[in-house]
Write a protein that binds this ligand. Structure first.
Ligand SMILES: C[S@@+](CC[C@H](N)C(=O)[O-])C[C@H]1O[C@@H](n2cnc3c(N)ncnc32)[C@H](O)[C@@H]1O
Length: 251
């Protein structure tokens, strides 16, 4: 099952990759979400070794290079995304690998100062193994930051501006979407509770530093709010966080 999901998701990410060039990249943590410039979760990354899980088009790694990161490493399941990331980072000598995040592909252990992931971690079919691997890549004292859909968010439906719970938050499992970005690209996305993310981080040996249910970014302060039932809208984001952001430390 897991192998089939990974195969299917890889195929679909190769189809939709062009929709995501430079999207979901730092300093953004997610739709309408406070940015790294506002939250300042990363410390000084000057001369640090950084690894991105689900590096996509490479734009977050490029942001890390601008902040002084010395070694840029990235892993992504999609060939197309890795091709784009190579292009985005071509002057920066990156180390890029096409592989699922849940697989041990021999990345160096206790090597990285920072591991991060922007809107990718929730794709993993094995959260426990993924967090254990990330913990193993980090030096003691290093940290891991990720953002992902707030786990309740996919359950929020909106009708004429009234937001209600659809389905059950209680039941974990998988959701299959037949189309992704309007393309014939079916994907299977694991469905987990907030507590599962936090408990698995603790089991993997991390100490929680911050759990952020993000406010709307200050850049929208002067934006007019209109009632909207779209999946992501300013109207919804002002009432419920689209994104969770978690920072953990390796002792
Ligand atoms: C929204 S994008 C991340 C964008 C990225 N933060 C950037 O700066 O471009 C999510 C990424 O997760 C990758 N992905 C999905 N499932 C994965 C898996 N099991 N292992 C590794 N990468 C995966 C996708 O190929 C996609 O590039």
């Amino acid at each position: 099952m897991t192998v089939e999901i990974l195969k299917q998701n890889k195929k679909s990410w190769d189809i939709v990759a062009h929709h995501f060039n430079g999207v979901d990249a730092l300093p953004s943590y997610g739709p309408y979400t406070q940015t790294e410039d506002e939250l300042k979760l990363f410390g000084n990354v000057k001369n640090q070794r950084v690894l991105e899980i689900g590096c996509g088009s490479g734009h977050s790694l490029r942001y890390m290079a601008k902040k002084g990161g010395s070694e840029l490493w990235g892993v992504d399941i999609s060939e197309k995304q890795i091709e784009t990331a190579k292009e985005t980072l071509k002057d920066l000598n990156p180390h890029l690998y096409r592989a699922p995040m849940e697989e041990d592909i021999g990345l160096p252990k206790e090597y990285f100062d920072v591991v991060f992931s922007i809107y990718a971690i929730g794709w993993t079919t094995d959260l426990a193994e993924t967090f254990a691997l990330i913990n193993s890549y980090l030096k003691p004292g290093g940290y891991f930051i990720f953002s992902w859909d707030h786990p309740l968010y996919p359950h929020l439906q909106s009708q004429n501006g009234k937001i209600y719970l659809d389905g059950t938050y209680q039941k974990e499992g998988h959701t299959t979407y037949e189309k992704f970005k309007g393309e014939d690209a079916s994907v299977v996305i694991p469905k987990r509770k907030m507590s599962t993310y936090i408990n698995e981080l603790v089991k993997a040996g991390f100490t929680i530093d911050s759990v952020i249910e993000s406010e709307v970014s200050a850049s929208y302060d002067s934006s007019k709010e209109e009632v909207s039932d779209r999946y992501y809208s300013l109207y919804k984001a002002r009432r419920f966080p689209t994104t969770m952001i978690i920072k953990v430390l390796k002792k």
